[in-house]
Design a protein around this ligand. Structure first.
Ligand code: CA
Ligand code: CA
Length: 275
Protein backbone atom coordinates (compact mmCIF):
# COMPACT_ATOMS: atom_id res chain seq x y z
CA UNK A 1 0.00 0.00 0.00
CA UNK A 2 1.42 3.35 -1.00
CA UNK A 3 -0.52 6.45 -0.06
CA UNK A 4 0.24 9.97 -1.21
CA UNK A 5 3.02 11.47 0.83
CA UNK A 6 3.02 15.11 1.89
CA UNK A 7 5.32 16.90 -0.60
CA UNK A 8 7.22 18.63 2.21
CA UNK A 9 7.72 15.38 4.07
CA UNK A 10 8.98 13.80 0.88
CA UNK A 11 11.49 16.64 0.38
CA UNK A 12 12.66 16.28 3.97
CA UNK A 13 13.24 12.59 3.43
CA UNK A 14 15.22 13.30 0.26
CA UNK A 15 17.29 15.89 2.11
CA UNK A 16 17.95 13.42 4.90
CA UNK A 17 19.02 10.74 2.45
CA UNK A 18 21.28 13.13 0.52
CA UNK A 19 22.84 14.27 3.75
CA UNK A 20 23.68 10.73 4.70
CA UNK A 21 25.07 9.65 1.36
CA UNK A 22 28.65 8.66 1.63
CA UNK A 23 28.26 6.99 4.99
CA UNK A 24 26.13 3.89 4.87
CA UNK A 25 25.69 3.44 8.58
CA UNK A 26 24.78 7.09 9.14
CA UNK A 27 21.21 6.07 8.45
CA UNK A 28 21.13 4.50 11.89
CA UNK A 29 20.37 7.76 13.62
CA UNK A 30 17.69 6.45 15.94
CA UNK A 31 20.10 4.85 18.38
CA UNK A 32 19.39 5.36 22.02
CA UNK A 33 21.98 7.64 23.65
CA UNK A 34 24.48 6.26 26.11
CA UNK A 35 22.69 5.44 29.35
CA UNK A 36 24.07 7.38 32.32
CA UNK A 37 25.30 4.95 34.93
CA UNK A 38 25.98 2.15 32.49
CA UNK A 39 29.36 1.53 30.97
CA UNK A 40 31.42 -1.12 29.27
CA UNK A 41 35.07 -2.12 29.31
CA UNK A 42 37.38 -4.97 28.46
CA UNK A 43 39.51 -5.86 31.47
CA UNK A 44 42.58 -7.93 32.19
CA UNK A 45 44.94 -6.68 29.48
CA UNK A 46 46.80 -3.49 28.58
CA UNK A 47 44.63 -3.26 25.50
CA UNK A 48 41.36 -1.33 25.62
CA UNK A 49 40.12 -3.53 22.79
CA UNK A 50 40.73 -6.97 24.25
CA UNK A 51 39.80 -8.63 27.51
CA UNK A 52 37.15 -9.80 29.89
CA UNK A 53 33.82 -8.11 29.25
CA UNK A 54 32.77 -5.95 32.17
CA UNK A 55 29.68 -3.82 32.56
CA UNK A 56 29.39 -0.95 35.01
CA UNK A 57 26.01 -1.40 36.62
CA UNK A 58 24.58 0.06 39.83
CA UNK A 59 27.87 1.70 40.71
CA UNK A 60 30.17 -1.30 40.29
CA UNK A 61 31.89 -3.29 37.58
CA UNK A 62 30.44 -6.75 36.96
CA UNK A 63 31.09 -9.48 34.44
CA UNK A 64 29.07 -11.10 31.69
CA UNK A 65 28.45 -14.84 31.69
CA UNK A 66 29.67 -16.67 28.60
CA UNK A 67 26.52 -18.76 28.18
CA UNK A 68 25.44 -18.40 24.56
CA UNK A 69 28.22 -15.90 24.01
CA UNK A 70 29.05 -15.65 20.31
CA UNK A 71 30.71 -13.50 17.69
CA UNK A 72 27.62 -11.34 17.18
CA UNK A 73 27.65 -10.40 20.87
CA UNK A 74 31.37 -9.68 20.61
CA UNK A 75 30.72 -7.53 17.55
CA UNK A 76 28.42 -5.25 19.54
CA UNK A 77 31.07 -4.96 22.26
CA UNK A 78 33.78 -4.03 19.76
CA UNK A 79 31.56 -1.52 17.96
CA UNK A 80 30.38 0.08 21.20
CA UNK A 81 33.95 0.59 22.31
CA UNK A 82 35.08 1.92 18.95
CA UNK A 83 37.44 -1.04 18.64
CA UNK A 84 36.68 -2.15 15.11
CA UNK A 85 35.32 -5.64 14.52
CA UNK A 86 35.21 -8.74 16.64
CA UNK A 87 37.97 -11.27 16.10
CA UNK A 88 37.02 -13.78 18.76
CA UNK A 89 34.26 -14.41 21.33
CA UNK A 90 35.33 -16.65 24.21
CA UNK A 91 33.12 -18.20 26.90
CA UNK A 92 35.97 -18.49 29.36
CA UNK A 93 38.27 -15.97 31.02
CA UNK A 94 41.39 -16.19 28.85
CA UNK A 95 42.78 -13.05 30.53
CA UNK A 96 41.76 -13.99 34.07
CA UNK A 97 38.47 -14.27 35.94
CA UNK A 98 36.61 -11.25 37.17
CA UNK A 99 35.14 -10.73 40.60
CA UNK A 100 32.00 -9.08 41.77
CA UNK A 101 28.57 -9.63 40.37
CA UNK A 102 27.70 -11.36 37.12
CA UNK A 103 25.38 -8.74 35.70
CA UNK A 104 24.40 -10.17 32.31
CA UNK A 105 24.03 -13.66 30.90
CA UNK A 106 22.69 -15.39 27.80
CA UNK A 107 23.13 -12.25 25.73
CA UNK A 108 21.60 -12.61 22.28
CA UNK A 109 22.71 -9.76 20.07
CA UNK A 110 21.58 -9.43 16.49
CA UNK A 111 24.87 -7.67 15.90
CA UNK A 112 23.63 -4.19 15.04
CA UNK A 113 22.77 -2.97 18.56
CA UNK A 114 24.75 0.06 19.72
CA UNK A 115 25.00 -1.08 23.34
CA UNK A 116 25.54 -4.52 24.76
CA UNK A 117 22.71 -4.09 27.24
CA UNK A 118 20.30 -3.38 24.40
CA UNK A 119 20.75 -6.96 23.21
CA UNK A 120 18.13 -9.50 24.19
CA UNK A 121 18.91 -10.99 27.60
CA UNK A 122 16.99 -12.48 30.53
CA UNK A 123 17.48 -9.40 32.74
CA UNK A 124 20.06 -7.77 34.96
CA UNK A 125 21.83 -10.20 37.31
CA UNK A 126 19.76 -13.14 36.08
CA UNK A 127 22.21 -16.02 35.59
CA UNK A 128 23.30 -19.47 36.61
CA UNK A 129 27.04 -18.97 36.15
CA UNK A 130 30.35 -18.54 37.90
CA UNK A 131 33.45 -16.55 37.03
CA UNK A 132 34.99 -19.49 35.18
CA UNK A 133 32.55 -18.60 32.41
CA UNK A 134 33.39 -14.90 32.11
CA UNK A 135 32.76 -13.72 28.56
CA UNK A 136 35.86 -12.47 26.80
CA UNK A 137 36.33 -10.55 23.57
CA UNK A 138 39.14 -9.79 21.16
CA UNK A 139 38.61 -6.94 18.68
CA UNK A 140 40.66 -5.93 15.65
CA UNK A 141 41.91 -2.62 17.08
CA UNK A 142 44.61 -2.13 19.67
CA UNK A 143 44.44 0.91 21.94
CA UNK A 144 45.96 1.84 25.22
CA UNK A 145 43.38 2.27 27.93
CA UNK A 146 42.35 5.86 28.62
CA UNK A 147 43.49 6.93 32.06
CA UNK A 148 41.17 7.65 34.93
CA UNK A 149 37.92 6.51 33.46
CA UNK A 150 35.16 4.80 35.35
CA UNK A 151 31.43 4.60 35.05
CA UNK A 152 29.88 7.29 32.94
CA UNK A 153 32.73 9.71 33.48
CA UNK A 154 32.84 12.41 30.85
CA UNK A 155 35.83 14.45 29.89
CA UNK A 156 35.62 17.45 27.59
CA UNK A 157 38.31 19.59 25.99
CA UNK A 158 38.81 22.00 23.12
CA UNK A 159 41.45 20.76 20.70
CA UNK A 160 43.18 22.13 17.61
CA UNK A 161 43.14 25.73 18.88
CA UNK A 162 45.88 27.97 20.28
CA UNK A 163 44.93 27.22 23.90
CA UNK A 164 42.44 25.34 26.01
CA UNK A 165 39.69 27.95 25.55
CA UNK A 166 39.30 27.71 21.77
CA UNK A 167 39.06 24.76 19.47
CA UNK A 168 37.12 21.79 18.29
CA UNK A 169 34.85 20.30 20.92
CA UNK A 170 35.95 16.86 21.99
CA UNK A 171 33.87 14.89 24.47
CA UNK A 172 35.06 11.59 25.82
CA UNK A 173 32.31 9.42 27.20
CA UNK A 174 33.76 6.40 28.86
CA UNK A 175 33.13 3.14 27.05
CA UNK A 176 32.76 4.97 23.82
CA UNK A 177 35.87 5.98 21.97
CA UNK A 178 34.00 8.49 19.84
CA UNK A 179 34.63 12.08 20.77
CA UNK A 180 33.46 14.44 18.09
CA UNK A 181 30.46 16.73 18.26
CA UNK A 182 28.70 17.35 14.96
CA UNK A 183 27.92 20.96 14.16
CA UNK A 184 24.36 20.17 13.08
CA UNK A 185 22.29 22.67 15.09
CA UNK A 186 25.41 24.02 16.80
CA UNK A 187 24.85 27.55 18.09
CA UNK A 188 26.05 30.13 20.60
CA UNK A 189 23.97 28.71 23.45
CA UNK A 190 25.63 25.33 23.04
CA UNK A 191 29.00 27.09 22.90
CA UNK A 192 28.21 28.98 26.10
CA UNK A 193 27.71 25.73 28.00
CA UNK A 194 31.08 24.52 26.75
CA UNK A 195 32.81 27.76 27.83
CA UNK A 196 31.14 27.59 31.25
CA UNK A 197 32.06 23.96 31.74
CA UNK A 198 35.70 24.71 30.93
CA UNK A 199 35.84 27.96 32.98
CA UNK A 200 36.76 29.86 29.83
CA UNK A 201 34.46 32.87 30.13
CA UNK A 202 31.74 33.74 27.66
CA UNK A 203 31.23 32.19 24.26
CA UNK A 204 32.30 34.52 21.45
CA UNK A 205 31.40 32.19 18.61
CA UNK A 206 30.02 28.78 17.81
CA UNK A 207 31.83 27.56 14.72
CA UNK A 208 30.53 25.02 12.25
CA UNK A 209 32.81 25.77 9.29
CA UNK A 210 35.52 23.25 10.07
CA UNK A 211 37.69 25.73 11.97
CA UNK A 212 40.30 23.95 14.10
CA UNK A 213 40.26 20.87 11.90
CA UNK A 214 38.52 17.57 12.07
CA UNK A 215 38.72 14.68 14.48
CA UNK A 216 38.94 11.10 13.34
CA UNK A 217 37.16 9.25 16.11
CA UNK A 218 33.63 9.52 14.80
CA UNK A 219 30.92 11.52 16.50
CA UNK A 220 29.37 11.04 19.88
CA UNK A 221 26.78 13.80 19.71
CA UNK A 222 24.82 15.84 17.20
CA UNK A 223 21.84 18.22 17.24
CA UNK A 224 22.97 19.60 20.59
CA UNK A 225 20.17 21.77 21.92
CA UNK A 226 21.31 23.65 25.03
CA UNK A 227 19.38 26.53 26.56
CA UNK A 228 22.70 28.05 27.60
CA UNK A 229 22.25 27.68 31.34
CA UNK A 230 23.19 24.02 31.67
CA UNK A 231 26.29 23.18 33.70
CA UNK A 232 27.44 20.39 31.39
CA UNK A 233 27.17 19.80 27.68
CA UNK A 234 25.84 16.30 28.30
CA UNK A 235 22.99 17.80 30.32
CA UNK A 236 21.68 19.36 27.12
CA UNK A 237 19.34 17.47 24.83
CA UNK A 238 21.27 15.88 21.99
CA UNK A 239 21.12 12.99 19.59
CA UNK A 240 23.52 10.13 19.67
CA UNK A 241 24.96 9.45 16.24
CA UNK A 242 27.64 6.82 16.33
CA UNK A 243 28.33 6.61 12.61
CA UNK A 244 29.42 9.86 11.00
CA UNK A 245 28.54 13.55 10.87
CA UNK A 246 27.51 13.25 7.23
CA UNK A 247 28.37 16.54 5.57
CA UNK A 248 28.62 18.41 8.84
CA UNK A 249 31.89 19.64 10.25
CA UNK A 250 32.93 19.17 13.83
CA UNK A 251 31.56 21.72 16.25
CA UNK A 252 34.07 24.28 17.52
CA UNK A 253 34.03 27.10 20.04
CA UNK A 254 35.87 30.33 20.79
CA UNK A 255 35.54 31.44 24.41
CA UNK A 256 36.51 34.89 25.65
CA UNK A 257 39.44 33.63 27.75
CA UNK A 258 41.17 32.32 24.61
CA UNK A 259 42.39 35.82 23.69
CA UNK A 260 40.96 35.40 20.20
CA UNK A 261 38.35 37.51 18.47
CA UNK A 262 35.08 35.86 17.44
CA UNK A 263 36.54 35.22 13.96
CA UNK A 264 39.54 33.41 15.36
CA UNK A 265 42.10 36.21 14.89
CA UNK A 266 44.35 37.06 17.80
CA UNK A 267 42.94 39.93 19.83
CA UNK A 268 45.74 42.43 20.43
CA UNK A 269 43.45 44.78 22.28
CA UNK A 270 42.98 47.48 19.61
CA UNK A 271 42.17 50.23 22.09
CA UNK A 272 45.61 50.01 23.71
CA UNK A 273 47.56 49.47 20.49
CA UNK A 274 46.18 52.61 18.89
CA UNK A 275 46.03 54.72 22.04
CA1 CA B 1 24.65 -14.82 21.99
CA1 CA C 1 21.88 23.98 19.33
Amino acid sequence: MYTAMEPTLFLMLIAEVLQDIGSVSALSTTATPPTPGLSLRLAGTYNYCEGRVEVYYKGAWGTVCGNNWDIKDAEVVCQQLGCGNAVEALSWPKFGSGSGKIVLSDVQCKGDEFFLWDCKNPGWEVHNCNHEQDATVLCTDEKYKPAGTEGDVVFMQLVGGPNRCAGRVEVTFFANWRKEVCSEGWDIRDAQVVCNELYCGTALSALSDGSFGKGDSGPLMTHVDCSGSEDYLLSCPYEYRPATCGNYNDAAVICSDSGLTPTGMPDFGSSTIFA
